[in-house]
Design a protein around this ligand. Structure first.
Ligand SMILES: [Zn+2]
Ligand SMILES: [Zn+2]
Length: 218
């Protein structure tokens, strides 16, 4: 263990050196506020550059930071993010392609909330301007995965040819898979459809209904 002593560098950074080193050669750098240590050893570069980088990391202590700055626009953002909400939204927007609402299933995901909706109207009512399309995947048994899991713990040469009743099981799996109607929806972040006009339409309908003395039933 190295016996380190602290030298105030004049700034916020604490430079740690060996107490018995007459030259007081810097070994580690620490934040003057919280003491978080930065080691030059973690940087795979020339010694002087590594020391400079570690010193700067101690100066600009991540531990003491209350926020990050967005790497795109410089605005303050939450610490564990590199970009602000607006820039991240913009990126998601650019990364997805606008498709006609008629081309997607009713089931969709709010572009901003990520919430699941049974219809684009529901998403619009909830304040979403856009939705992500969904992809549906049914419940199914993956026969090949099943095969692997059966063979996994056995000798190398074991094969499905050794199974008794494998063909019958395979047929049953196929029948099972074909019979499934339920499953789940996944967000498809490549396709985005506009729904904001549905909200306006809903609002218009409400206004029209209120003018005629109440919503129509039947
Ligand atoms: Zn700190
Ligand atoms: Zn930003």
């Amino acid at each position: 263990m190295s016996d380190a002593s602290k030298i105030d560098d004049g700034g916020a950074v604490i430079v740690l050196v060996r107490a018995d080193d007459p030259e007081k050669k810097p070994l580690l750098y620490a934040c003057g506020k919280c003491g978080q240590i930065q080691s030059p050893r973690i940087y795979a570069c020339k010694d002087d550059v590594a020391h400079e980088t570690a010193r700067r990391a101690a100066e600009d202590c991540y531990n003491c930071r209350t926020h990050n700055n967005c790497q795109h626009c410089g605005k303050e953002c939450e610490k564990h993010w590199l970009a602000c909400d607006d820039c991240r939204r913009k990126k998601r927007f650019e990364d997805s392609k606008e498709v006609p609402l008629s081309s997607i299933d009713d089931e969709c995901f709010g572009f901003d909330s990520g919430n699941f909706y049974h219809s684009p109207e529901d998403a619009a009512d909830d304040g979403e301007d856009w939705v992500y399309a969904s992809t549906f995947h049914r419940f199914s048994i993956d026969g090949e995965r099943l095969e692997e899991s059966i063979l996994d713990d056995h000798h190398e040469d074991a094969s499905t040819a050794d199974f008794v009743g494998w063909d019958a099981l395979w047929d049953a799996i196929e029948a099972f898979n074909k019979a499934q109607t339920q499953g789940s929806y996944d967000e498809d972040r490549a396709r985005r459809a506009r729904v904001s006009h549905l909200r306006d339409r809903n609002a218009d309908a409400l206004i029209a209904a209120s003018k005629t003395g109440g919503p129509e039933h039947g």
